[in-house]
Design a protein around this ligand. Structure first.
Ligand SMILES: [Cu+2]
Length: 333
């Protein structure tokens, strides 16, 4: 074994250092490693870092750092022995600075993009009271099992309201979005959100987060010029999401990028367990990149073994480099 030259970890070797190591001109063969268990199933409550005051809201009520762990369980009522979860959703418009050069009028639910992450337990009754103040006709179309009358394709004109009521089924990660044509426009303007139905027996405790990938067509050319996780391009690059080392992380990930056939989700320096559409209680796959068509969504679980900052992004790097990119900041614990 040659004497190791003094080097800094992660820094490129100089030619001289390579020669000393006997590596000049030769490829470095990687050793095959067995994959250890990634996620320790835990029973104690998840450790979740407090919301940082350094991660500012970018418009009134619009803070991607809050959105990432914000779940709306609705107002819980009992009617004839059944649990009713009542949600109040208002469609509106909000101006958002997507970056220092691009200001964009979003169409949104409850003043944020994505809309609130609505959450119920399988078998609950969901009642969504929808008021449209958005200036155009809009709807709320939910994925899930329900009657045609509440499928959310009948336009609700500006200033009007309606109620969508259905049973929460089946459990999984679902979504809702406006279904007025052209749907590409109504979705890429911001009218979408996640709809989580928890299984009858809760999943193990975890630091749970929502990441919705979407694009912005800022010049109406049927292409996206900018992309984002949870509404704002590059926000989580500027404000990394703090998580704890060795803590089970449960990501609810949804791809709602219009005008692209599919996008992938890739996590750096780690692997994740995949629960397709969130409809299983045991993972079906372990990988570090997963392909998702538009409206496809999954639960991804992982834990980080080492502290530091790690990127996540679609591996269509053009999409990542146009705003759909973020960082986890793994805090030593
Ligand atoms: Cu709409």
């Amino acid at each position: 074994m040659p004497k190791l030259p003094l080097i800094e970890q992660g820094k490129p070797f100089s030619r001289r250092q390579l020669i000393k190591l006997g590596l000049a001109g030769a490829g470095v063969a990687g050793a095959a490693l067995a994959l250890p268990s990634l996620t320790r199933k835990q029973t104690q409550p998840a450790k979740i870092p407090p919301l940082s005051s350094e991660a500012p809201a970018v418009a009134a009520g619009f803070n991607p750092m809050a959105i990432v762990r914000d779940f709306d369980y609705g107002t819980v009522k009992k009617e004839n022995g059944r649990t009713i979860r009542e949600f109040r959703i208002v469609a509106g418009t909000t101006k958002l600075d997507l970056n220092s050069a691009v200001s964009f009028i979003t169409w949104n639910f409850n003043g944020r993009v994505p809309g609130p992450t609505l959450r119920a337990k399988e078998g609950d009754r969901v009642r969504v009271i929808f008021l449209n103040n958005g200036g155009h006709a809009h709807t709320m179309h939910f994925h899930g099992i329900h009657r045609a009358e509440v499928d959310g394709i009948r336009p609700v004109r500006n200033g009007a309201a309606t109620i969508y009521e259905f049973d929460a089924e089946p459990y999984g990660v679902h979504l809702y979005h406006c279904h007025i044509a052209p749907v590409t426009r109504h979705i890429s303007k911001g009218l979408y959100g996640m709809f989580i139905i928890d299984p009858p027996t809760a999943r193990p405790p975890a630091d749970e987060m929502v990441l919705v990938m979407a694009g912005y067509d800022v010049n109406d050319d049927q292409r996206n010029e900018l992309y984002a996780f949870n509404g704002l391009p590059d926000y989580y690059m500027m404000h990394p999401i703090p998580i704890y080392q060795n803590q089970l992380i449960r990501l609810y990930v949804l791809n709602l990028i219009e005008f692209e056939a599919a996008a992938t989700f890739h996590l750096h320096a780690n692997f994740f367990d995949v629960y397709p559409t969130g409809m299983t209680l045991t993972p079906t796959q372990r990988t570090d990149v997963i392909t998702m068509g538009t409206a496809e969504r999954h639960i991804l679980e992982f834990a980080y073994r080492y502290p530091g900052k790690y990127m996540f992004h679609p591996h269509q790097d053009a999409i990542a480099e146009a705003g759909c990119m973020g960082l986890f900041d793994v805090i030593e614990s």
